[in-house]
Design a protein around this ligand. Structure first.
Ligand code: GLV
Length: 324
């Protein structure tokens, strides 16, 4: 009997077609597998799963997957997967690095522009019928040109943002676990800040690109927010829990910071109610990688890892395996 693959949500059809040319594929309905119980019930029937980042691939799920050989996440981030449990049960794990760098970096720049030039508030003003005269003092924002951008997490996406920001005339500093190589620093004119505190104090716009780990959970908390100026803008396209959402909402309402652009949330898909009516706060539903070509490339990369493992290709030849 042919091997079975569970794709937990509808994804770009060409990816499903590719998997179907090798395996029997079931595609879940949207949201069904955000539920751990539903995953535990289904997983014993499959050799491979292609989950979304909203699916909790916990120890219990992995344990229940008695036939499971690979988890190929439809995302570059993999904080939804218990890596230790996968390792213990000899299940391969793959993610999708590289293919979403450009779409996420572009989107991040879009958020920066939108918040610093107040697109969202301005559109609301216009649609509310308030635009009745050109205003010399209306919607004064901050130009990216000449502003200092502080990047937290200088991996692929952080570097992609830095490249674009440099082209827009921004000064770049970054904080990262490890300093990047000299050549990259020189190309980007980027200054390394060993202390996050220094980066926060010296940046006009702060953009988060670190993975979610125990160390980065609430990295931007009340204390970090208190170091920002009243016109500092915070952008988050990484993972919601990197920011203490309640503290951010408070800072925005008290106008102790200048604005925020958020594509990710602490308890997705819920959004803190106080963020929803906060001034100069632009909220988008986790769509930084949402271009057709990128979502297709994400799907294909995950599908290729599944095909490789289920067809006994050596693991060393599959470029996007995280472990073992
Ligand atoms: C999206 O958030 C991803 O991690 O790919």
């Amino acid at each position: 009997m042919s091997q079975r693959v569970l794709v937990t949500e509808p994804i770009i059809p060409s990816v499903i077609d590719k998997l179907e040319s090798h395996f029997q594929v079931d595609v879940g309905e949207r949201g069904t597998y955000n539920d751990e119980e539903a995953l535990i019930e289904a997983i014993p029937r499959y050799e491979a799963i292609l989950p979304m980042l909203s699916n909790p691939i916990t120890e219990q799920v992995i344990e229940a997957g008695e036939n499971l050989k690979i988890i190929a996440n439809h995302a570059v981030g993999y904080n939804n997967i218990d890596l230790e449990a996968a390792d213990k049960h000899n299940v391969y794990v793959a993610n999708t690095p590289g293919v979403l760098t450009d779409s996420c970096a572009e989107f991040t720049i879009g958020l920066m522009l939108a918040v610093s030039r107040r697109f969202f508030e301005a559109q609301r003003y216009l649609l509310n019928g308030k635009f009745n005269n050109w205003e010399p003092l209306g919607f004064l924002g901050k130009e990216l040109n000449g502003s200092t951008l502080g990047i937290v997490g200088m991996g692929r996406i952080g570097t992609g943002v830095a490249r674009r920001a440099k082209a827009l005339g921004m000064d770049i500093q970054y904080h990262n676990r490890n300093r990047v190589d000299k050549e990259t620093e020189q190309q980007l004119d980027a200054t390394y800040c060993q202390e996050l505190k220094t980066l926060i104090q010296d940046s006009d716009i702060i953009s988060l690109h670190c993975p979610l780990t125990d160390e980065t959970h609430h990295l931007i908390d009340e204390g970090a927010l208190s170091l920002m100026d009243d016109d500092t803008i915070l952008i988050n396209t990484s993972r919601g829990p990197v920011v203490e959402e309640a503290a951010l909402a408070e800072a925005l309402h008290n106008e102790t910071i200048g604005g925020a652009g958020l594509d990710v949330f602490e308890h997705e898909p819920d959004v803190h109610p106080r963020l929803q009516d906060a001034p100069n706060c632009l909220l988008t539903p986790h769509i930084a990688s949402a271009s057709y070509q990128t979502r297709e490339a994400i799907g294909m990369l995950a599908a290729n890892a599944i095909i490789g493992i289920l067809q006994n290709q050596p693991a060393s030849e599959i470029p996007n395996l995280i472990q073992p």
